[in-house]
Ligand binder design. Structure first.
Ligand SMILES: Cc1cc2nc3c(=O)[nH]c(=O)nc-3n(C[C@H](O)[C@H](O)[C@H](O)COP(=O)(O)O)c2cc1C
Ligand code: SF4
Length: 550
């Protein structure tokens, strides 16, 4: 395979396209509402209404507006239409609307505010290409970045470009990607590995699943470029077993890339070799932590180990290993194609590029969005999301999952960047964004996340194993109105202890939802307390109880 061959595939594929494209979302959300039947019916209708020669009914990945699914997009005469809440029996009407020259849309608005402020880099092809046909990816310029890197850049230049872009890891911690790549590249060792972290265990998060289901090649291409940059020849894609569609699309993508010589030996007729294998995780949250994940890939029990040594120096089987998140890898081809400076021009001073969020909870428009870093939370929640449904007010936004925190509505003008969210006691995390309305009890929310951490704790170290249980019990006591001010003090003490003494990020961040709700919604805790007959603070507690019973 050479550049001419790649261009030839792209050209042949483009010229074989029909006049009208009917895009049927076939990612997990829409598939659970009969998207496969919808697609079959659309194909049958196109035939029976005599439009078979003009209409391509295409399987595509996630279009983002998941709350309105199943979705069908229409591209006709340069216009784009969107059908929402499609049922299999809607196929005749959708096909009939294609007759004539206009793109007639009966339900849905592709210019809806949900889409207006979005900027797509990672999700550029989601909902547009068929994720099961490599030709679709090649036709929109896929694998050109890999070709450019292999034939025109030295590995150090690739690292430099990624460093220049300012890209930070999208798995949660926001570590500078170029710095990590440079460390692996410099680590001595004949054998190096690439790992793509697709564990995605945060409740409410489905960004990585969607990218893998909608555009698997963008991740494979990013991994291959990374492998060239750091000197690796083997990659592992770690995906949880709960993501069967993502796994099957990745299997298809790897097979097709190998058949075309875009993976395995002598890629683009250069000496560069790179293979990717999939490793299926059993769905433990802790296996998203990089050292636990690597233990799991090695076939061991997935528990974290102390760092250093960091994976960049000693990872899989003791070899230097580059581990990045799905979304991090999905940014790479655009950075190589358009340059690090272009990427660094998007976002804020310290948070560059875009971020994908799963916008869920008590919000009118839920789904998957990609926005430039620095956008105020208000624009996401109130404009794109449309605010809370049923005439209620937005009370808080939870970002960062079990490791994150709850940001009150008063702070909705905060820009979405790593530093601003951390300053508020939350984190960017991997992209879960759960909106709560004014009917939500924040102590219950803190208890929900603590229960999650307690159940997902691997038990290796005592502060987390025992501390999450004790913190959960105290939260339960508070919600049952049996706790006193002393219990609240004990809860705060435990938060401090578990945060500072746990072995891995799970324990170190498990207290965050409690700490942030205590910071901003302390009154809700105090209102649930009982008077402490023996304690020095009994007056305060009695006052709080009085308030609670009003
Ligand atoms: C408990 C726990 C769970 C994690 N889960 C994930 C995950 O599902 N996906 C992910 O990419 N990173 C996860 N991480 C972060 C990884 O350890 C690691 O930092 C990340 O994969 C590095 O990639 P990045 O630099 O591209 O963000 C988790 C960390 C902890 C402590
Ligand atoms: S902090 Fe929790 S999850 Fe991490 S090693 Fe300790 S017990 Fe396991």
């Amino acid at each position: 395979m050479q550049l001419d061959d790649l261009n030839g595939i792209a050209e042949k594929h483009r010229s074989s396209r029909k006049k009208i494209i009917v895009r049927t979302c076939m990612s997990a959300g829409c598939m659970s509402s009969q998207a496969d039947v919808i697609k079959k019916n659309l194909e049958a209708e196109a035939k029976s209404q005599g439009l078979e020669a003009d209409v391509e009914v295409r399987r595509v990945g996630c279009m983002g507006f998941c709350g309105q699914g199943p979705l069908v997009g229409v591209d006709q005469n340069g216009e784009h239409g969107l059908w929402e809440f499609v049922k299999p029996e809607d196929a005749p009407a959708i096909i009939a609307a294609l007759k004539g020259s206009e793109c007639k849309v009966q339900r849905g608005d592709p210019k809806h505010p949900f889409f207006a402020k979005q900027m797509h880099i990672v999700r550029a092809n989601g909902g547009i290409i068929d994720p099961e046909r490599i030709e679709d990816y090649i036709a929109i310029g896929g694998y050109k970045a890999l070709h450019h890197a292999l034939t025109e850049l030295k590995p150090a230049q690739v690292v430099e470009e990624v460093t220049k872009s300012g890209l930070r890891g999208r798995g949660g911690a926001g570590f500078p990607t170029g710095l990590k790549w440079g460390t692996v590249a410099k680590s001595p060792g004949a054998k190096k590995y690439i790992v793509c972290n697709g564990d995605e265990g945060d409740p409410g998060a489905f960004m990585d699943r969607s990218v893998l289901e909608s555009d698997p090649h963008i991740v494979l291409e990013g991994m291959a470029i990374a492998a060239y940059a750091v000197g690796a020849d083997q990659g592992y894609l770690y995906v949880r077993a709960e993501y069967p569609l993502a796994i099957s699309r990745l299997q298809i993508a790897i097979k097709q890339a190998k058949q075309l010589g875009l993976l395995s030996a002598g890629i683009f007729e250069t000496p560069f070799n790179f293979n990717v294998d999939i490793r299926i995780g059993a769905g433990a949250f802790v296996c998203g932590e990089e050292t636990a994940l690597m233990a799991s890939v090695e076939g061991k029990r997935g528990t974290p180990r102390p760092r250093p040594p960091f994976p960049a120096e000693s990872g899989l089987w003791g070899c230097p290993t580059l581990i990045n998140n799905v979304e991090t890898f999905a940014n790479i081809s655009a950075i190589i194609n358009r340059g690090g400076d272009w990427y660094a021009g998007i976002g804020t001073e310290k948070s560059k590029g875009t971020k994908v969020f799963a916008l869920t909870g008590k919000i009118k428009n839920n789904g998957l969005i990609e926005v430039p870093m620095g956008i105020p939370l208000r624009q996401i929640i109130m404009e794109m999301g449309g605010g809370a449904p049923d005439g209620r007010e937005v009370k808080s936004v939870q970002t960062g999952g079990p490791s994150g925190g709850c940001i009150p509505a008063d702070y909705l003008d905060t820009p979405v960047d790593y530093e601003s969210l951390t300053k508020l006691g939350s984190i960017m995390g991997s992209g879960g964004m759960v909106v709560m309305d004014d009917s939500t009890n924040m102590v219950e929310i803190a208890k929900f996340y603590m229960e999650f951490c307690m159940e997902e704790s691997c038990g290796k170290c005592i502060p987390c194993r025992a501390g999450t249980v004790q913190m959960f019990n105290l939260l339960e006591k508070i919600t049952q109105r049996k706790a006193t001010v002393r219990d609240l003090a004990k809860l705060e003490e435990l938060c401090d202890m578990v945060k500072n003494t746990s072995l891995c990020g799970l324990g170190q961040t498990a207290p965050n939802p409690v700490l942030s709700t205590l910071k901003f919604f302390r009154k809700e805790y105090e209102e649930l307390l009982q008077p402490d007959p023996f304690g020095p603070h009994s007056n305060g507690a009695a006052k709080s109880t009085e308030l609670a019973t009003k």
